[in-house]
Design a protein around this ligand. Structure first.
Ligand code: ARG
Length: 298
């Protein structure tokens, strides 16, 4: 089993892992029934403890602009239709984890979501990916909760997976995946900060050597692991991390789509040759989600 939590135990570095392709397609889901209906994470309530109020028309405008942003940078965008009762379906990062394999194939792993209200989303993803010819597998039920691409981030261009554990995904889920895929290195990060409840709110892989990351979202071992895997890691200041700059998404090694309003992150990206593309996802921030939560690359 190739699962590691400390850089000193990890015998390889990304350049030692087999090359993989980056995604060319993006799966989004229409936010037609998007709402904040229950407090699933620390972002979904206001100071007095009441639920955030979503403006559905504004949410739809923001999502349409995000869809155009992906198309403008050259991605093929597929859209799942909205389904009544599935308020979080638009967060397509979570119900599956699509892993690119050496040789160009991809495979999907179906989530077992913590919140019951989100569990029916998985069947819709399964049907979609089967239609696309991407095989879908499940982790044994005994491994517990597993929130797909929210907590599992493929390393850009390498057969290596970054994994968040202890919050929405049980450590046992990563152990089960490591048993099924002994050829893939799995790096597991603890998540001590409830504001960064999914790994994709704290770590945004950009290219083979670079990622945006939120130092406050990790313990010391986690930070060491980030630096071992991404020698050019860019730390985010807490204010911009709370604006979900760490939920940025880059699938081509160049264009970085991120929530608007993080000027330091944007200039750090420009200095390193990336092209930041700020978009407004304010309605989705009320649900604890932004750019990366709203896409599944495949
Ligand atoms: N309200 C949703 C939840 O808590 C937001 C999911 C955001 N997704 C993500 N990949 N971080 O499940």
């Amino acid at each position: 089993m190739a699962l590691f939590t400390r850089p000193s135990d990890w015998p390889r570095r990304p350049s030692d892992c087999a090359p993989t392709d980056r995604p060319r397609n993006i799966l989004l889901a229409d936010p037609g029934f998007f709402q904040v209906e229950e407090a699933q994470n620390a972002h979904m309530t206001t100071g007095d403890g009441s639920l955030q109020q979503v403006d559905p028309a504004e949410a739809h405008r923001q999502w349409s602009a995000l869809k155009s942003a992906w198309e403008d940078v050259g991605f093929e965008v597929e859209v799942l239709p909205a389904v009544p009762g599935l308020a979080d379906l638009c967060f397509t990062a979570n119900p599956t984890l699509v892993i690119p394999l050496p040789g160009g194939e991809r495979e999907g792993w179906l989530a077992r979501m913590l919140w019951e209200s989100r569990r029916p989303e998985a069947a819709l993803h399964e049907a979609f990916f089967q239609e696309e010819g991407i095989p879908i597998h499940s982790i044994p039920e005994s491994a517990g909760f597993f929130e797909g691409g929210g907590d599992g981030l493929p390393h850009p261009g390498r057969h290596l997976l970054h994994c968040g554990a202890g919050n929405r995904t049980n450590p046992a889920a990563w152990e089960a995946l490591a048993e099924k895929r002994p050829d893939m290195d799995i790096l597991v990060y603890r998540q001590p900060n409830e504001n960064f409840y999914h790994l994709d709110t704290a770590l945004a892989p950009l290219d083979e050597e670079t990622a945006l990351y939120v130092p406050d979202a990790f313990d010391e071992e986690g930070r060491d692991l980030v630096h071992a895997a991404f020698p050019k890691a860019i730390p985010l200041k807490l204010e911009e991390a709370m604006n979900f700059a760490g939920n940025a998404c880059c699938h081509d090694g160049e264009h970085v789509i991120l929530q608007a309003g993080s000027p330091e992150a944007e200039s750090a990206l420009r200095e390193r040759g990336f092209v930041p593309i700020p978009v407004e996802t304010g309605e989705f921030l009320k649900s604890g989600g932004s750019v990366r939560c709203l896409v599944q690359g495949f």
